[in-house]
Ligand binder design. Sequence first.
Ligand SMILES: [Zn+2]
Length: 322
Amino acid sequence: MSRIAAPLYRAALNLAGDSRRRPLSVLIYHRVLAAPDFMRPGEPTTAQFAWQMQLLRRYFNVLPLVEAAQALRNGTLPPRAVAITFDDGYADNATLALPILRRLGLPATVFVATAYLNGGRMWNDTIIETFRTVASDKLDLSAEGLPVLRLDDEASRCRAAELVIRHAKYLGSAERERLATTLAKHARRLPDDLMMTSEQLRSLRVGGVEVGGHTHSHPILSGLDTAASAAEIAGGKARLESMVDGPVQAFAYPNGRPGQDYDDEHVAQVRAAGFSTAVSTRVGVAAGATDTFQLPRYTPWDQTVPRYLLRMALMRRRLVTC
Ligand SMILES: [Zn+2]
C-alpha cells in the first residue's frame, strides 16, 4: 500500500467509529521463523513479521501493554491503539523478532513460562519435533486412544502433530508428559534450543521488551487445585523478577480461554500476586468496560498486506465489553 493511502486508511478507521470508541487490539504471536516450516504453518517468517510490524507502525499507535491497559482504565487511550505480545518464551523472540521491533521502535511484551528456559522444551514442541523426524511413514497410537497416523508426507506429519496436540491438551499434566515422553522415543533428534536462555531473556528486557508472567510450567490452571495454581502464578513471577532484576507486571493465562482454561479464582490469584494487567486468548478487542485482567487478543494470520489491514479494521468492531 502506498504512503498516500496511509492517511486514508487511518481516516477510514476513525470514520468507522474507532476514534470514538477507542478500542485496544492486543495481538498474540508465539514464534517468528527464519524460513517457512511445514510443521509450523501458522507462524510468520521474519519477512512476514517485518511487513506486519511496518504496517502497525504506519497505521496504528503501538503501545506497551501495561501502559495501554492503564490508558484503557483511565479513558486516555489514543485512537488506533495496538499492543504486541508473544507467548511462551521462544528463543526466536530474542534472536529474530527483537531486531525487527528495535529497528522500527515498537514496544512488545513476551510472556515466559519459566520452567522451559535454558534448554527446556514444552510438551507440544516435543510432539511437533517428533513428527518432523520420526523415521517410519506411519505410527500406530491405538494404545493411546488415537488412530494409526499416516506420516508419508509433510502435510500428513503436520496434521498428525496437530491431532495429537489436540488430544493431549486436556489430559492431566502427568499423563500428557508420559504421552510426550513415549512419542519422543520415535524422534530421530529433538532440539534443546527452542526456548530462551536467561541471557536472551535479559537481552529482551535491555532491548525495551516487557517480560510478562505465564506461570512456571504452563499448566491449564483450571485443572489445578487452589494452592497449586497460586504457586504456578506467583512462582513464575518471582523467578522472572529475579532473572531480569525488575518488576514483572503483565500476565497471560496459559491456553487462555476464559471459563475453560481459567476462571474467576485465577483472575483473583493474578491480582493477589501483584500483576497489574492480564491477557486471555478470547478473540476480540478491548473497550472501556473490558476487564483489564482479562484483555482479549487475536492473531492476524493474513499473508497479504490488504487482507492484514482489512482484518485489523474488521476486528476493531469485535468489542469484548465485560
Ligand atoms: Zn502459552
